[in-house]
Design a binder for this molecule. Structure first.
Ligand code: TYD
Ligand code: MG
Length: 457
């Protein structure tokens, strides 16, 4: 019999290796590699490589790039504007889109709504491995969705799913979720890295061969034996993550990878009793809404994707009983916060070594850009001093290791957004400040060094 061929895949990032090793070189995680069997596997060369990712190739052929036909308009609207935005202007033909997020965040709801809309013009198949057909139909009915063109299949075996697809020829497939899928080619348990990866690979190949668009739903899993969506990131065209606070009805959909559009584009939704509703003008929903300014709070203008967004950064600094005080950051990167606290000590002369420091971005939103540096420090300082910032103040700006405040992209657009929403004072990097010292009636405090920023507070 042929020799079993195996590989080792990192459960964190999906990188693969021929041999086992303790640490993943790609993402640095320890003990995350698990063995997968490649025998009969379609993601394995040569068969898959030939009919691989770029569509069906009959014979290798060299073409001048200028002669390649571009289906510029081979996009369909999902019927949901915020989803179209995150996809980069609708769904591309044959695109494979992974939608990841915590259980219960609303992935099934979003995709059922989108598929129902699209199925009015293109035949759609909703494959459910988690809920019964009755549950799916019940939800569609309760949400008042147009379901005439929508077909559903309760099935987890990939071979069976593809047989049904070959017979009914849908143009759109939702597979909910990848963690329930399994292929007969492998003996590993459903949910294992090898099953999830191989099952997804088969759906990807089907999508590319037939031009069918496929949405894969993937639960984000905290450790444990179940493979998370990260394992699939490299094999799909787009990866969208659904984020939000369990306690908040707002949800943010973020493009983490997109072959067809910008990454870090945000779509904003509100979960209600009629499912997910779009929030096309989300600027001010991520503010805590308290009337009077509170100590430890700083509003920032972030610009993730293509539009500005006002969000509130909160900090709590409190004397710590611990010899190793706590540093907890939610919504901003923990390491970045640690760096900022070091800069605050070294260049601002303000130490928090004996204090617990908690930083949180309101609404469960995650801010990944460095423009959050200055607002984080201002919020920390405000909490430490137990003194609120001046009323109607916003801030943005990157903080460098030598205590310099660096300008960030799209400064004027951020100022404009703040002015539009009634802010009266902005603390911003000098490189982003208009010479006049004000913008549309809003006072603009330009800062170049950390020390100036600490005074401006
Ligand atoms: P769901 O789409 O099932 O989440 P996922 O597929 O990501 O696990 O959403 C589940 C949550 O959303 C559930 O807690 C109930 C809530 N929900 C509403 O509040 N309103 C609705 O109309 C629907 C369909 C769900
Ligand atoms: Mg679900």
């Amino acid at each position: 019999s042929p020799k079993r061929r195996t590989a080792y895949v990192c459960g964190e990032c999906g990188a693969d290796y021929a041999k086992w090793q303790g640490q993943c070189e790609a993402c640095g995680a320890w003990n995350t590699l698990s063995e997968i069997v490649l025998e009969n596997a379609v993601s394995n060369p040569p068969a898959a490589r030939r009919s691989g990712w770029a569509g069906k190739i009959d014979a290798p052929k060299v073409t001048a790039l200028k002669d390649v036909r571009q289906d510029a308009d081979a996009r369909v609207s999902t019927g949901i504007g915020e989803l179209d935005r995150v996809l980069g202007g609708g769904l591309a033909e044959g695109a494979v889109v992974l939608v990841g997020g915590d259980p219960g965040i609303g992935k099934s709801t979003l995709l059922l709504q989108a598929l129902a809309q699209m199925s009015q013009s293109l035949p759609g198949l909703y494959v459910t491995g988690e809920e019964s057909l009755a549950q799916v139909a019940g939800r569609a009915q309760r949400l008042g969705l147009p379901i005439d063109g929508l077909h559903a299949l309760a099935e987890t075996g990939v071979e069976r799913i593809l047989e049904h697809a070959a017979a009914s020829r849908p143009r759109l497939i939702v597979a909910d979720s990848v963690q329930t899928l399994w292929t007969e080619a492998l003996t590993a348990a459903p949910g294992s890295v090898s099953q999830v990866r191989e099952s997804a690979a088969r759906l990807v190949r089907y999508a590319k061969e037939t031009g069918t668009a496929v949405f894969l739903v993937g639960h984000v899993t905290k450790e444990g034996g179940i493979a998370g969506p990260r394992v699939l990131e490299h094999m799909v065209d787009a990866v969208l993550y659904f984020e939000g606070d369990a306690g908040s009805r707002f949800r943010v959909l973020r493009a983490f990878k997109n072959r067809f559009g910008a990454v870090n584009e945000l779509g904003v939704f509100a979960m209600g009793d009629k499912g997910l509703r779009e929030v096309p003008n989300p600027s001010a929903i991520f503010l805590s809404g308290s009337a009077a300014p509170q100590p430890g709070s700083c509003v920032m203008v972030t610009r993730e994707g293509t539009r500005p967004l006002l969000v509130e950064v909160q900090a709590l600094v409190d004397a710590s009983p611990l010899s190793n005080p706590r540093r907890v950051a939610v919504g901003v990167e923990q390491n970045r916060m640690a760096m900022l606290l070091a800069v605050l000590h070294r260049h601002g002369g303000i130490g928090v070594a004996d204090q617990d420091v908690f930083v949180n971005v309101v609404g469960g939103i995650r801010v990944q850009e460095t423009a959050a540096d200055l607002p984080v420090l201002l919020a920390v300082l405000s909490s430490l001093r137990d003194a609120p910032l001046a009323e109607k103040t916003v801030a943005f700006g990157e903080v460098g290791l030598s205590g310099e405040i660096r300008p960030v992209p799209n400064g004027e657009e951020r100022l404009k957004e703040a002015a539009t929403h009634g802010f009266r004072r902005a603390i911003v990097p000098k490189g982003n400040a208009p010479k006049a010292g004000s913008y549309k009636g809003m006072e603009v405090v330009a800062v170049e060094r950390l020390a100036e920023a600490l005074e401006a507070e």
